[in-house]
Write a protein that binds this ligand. Structure first.
Ligand code: ADP
Length: 216
């Protein structure tokens, strides 16, 4: 049964990310929640744990300093929201720990507990597959990043290549499947990675067909 407290958190997401256009809009948050629902179906969790994970999925951007640069204030607001929505002190602590870890996992390499890994996987899945491709080009456009370089890099896995959207696939997107740690996350990740590789193979052909040595 759906936990009615999640409605408050969905409202918070709508209020804070309804007008966001950096690839972290409300649709992104909804898809992270939906990925979380898929992942928890195959994990052995108590009902209480499942509700904690779903709450953390709705709130997974709440402590990200990209959106809330005053981290102390963000923490206070998150506490207030959870308190007002009826979460107990223990639940608040568990939800905040997940949100904190999801925001900082790119900076801290360590072994995370299952509840955190579920939301991390749900978020990582958003960067790959068809939506991941869309988000990468969207980000590239917003940051004036070229589509790709001419010629394309000889070794696309090198860290010395020019920063382009094409390069982002090798720098980050094709490495995400190695980071996924839940069964469902891995299964979806494998399918989405295969699709991105097909896309990039086709992209590479079309790009190289249009690359001439001179303007003549
Ligand atoms: P998050 O913290 O959610 O990973 P990012 O801002 O790093 O947020 O990424 C948001 C989206 O933009 C992701 O889909 C990511 O793959 C894409 N992205 C991030 N950096 C680049 C880049 N340099 N070029 C193209 N896409 C990018």
């Amino acid at each position: 049964m759906k936990d009615p407290r999640l409605d408050d958190l969905a409202r918070w997401a709508q209020e804070n990310f309804g007008q966001e256009h950096t690839g972290h809009d409300l649709g992104h948050i909804r898809r992270v929640v939906s990925n979380t629902e898929k992942i928890i179906k195959k994990e052995i969790l108590t009902e209480a744990q499942a509700q904690i994970v779903l709450a953390a999925a709705w709130l997974h951007e709440a402590l990200d300093d990209k959106f809330f640069p005053d981290t102390a204030a963000a923490r206070v607001s998150l506490n207030e929201l959870l308190e007002a929505s009826g979460y107990s002190a223990d639940e608040q602590e568990a939800i905040e720990a997940i949100v904190q870890d999801v925001s900082f996992h790119k900076r801290q390499k360590k072994a995370y507990p299952l509840l955190t890994r579920i939301v991390q996987d749900a978020d990582l899945l958003e960067a790959i597959g068809a939506i991941g491709i869309g988000r990468a080009f969207y980000f590239g456009g917003a940051h004036h990043e070229p589509l790709a370089s001419t010629p394309l890099p000889q070794d696309p896995w090198s860290s010395q290549n020019p920063k382009t959207v094409y390069q982002h696939f090798f720098d980050k997107l094709f490495r995400i499947d190695e980071l996924l740690s839940t069964a469902v996350g891995r299964e979806i990740g494998e399918k989405r990675t295969r699709f991105m590789k097909e896309f990039l193979t086709e992209f590479t052909k079309e790009w190289e067909d249009g690359s001439f040595d001179s303007l003549g």
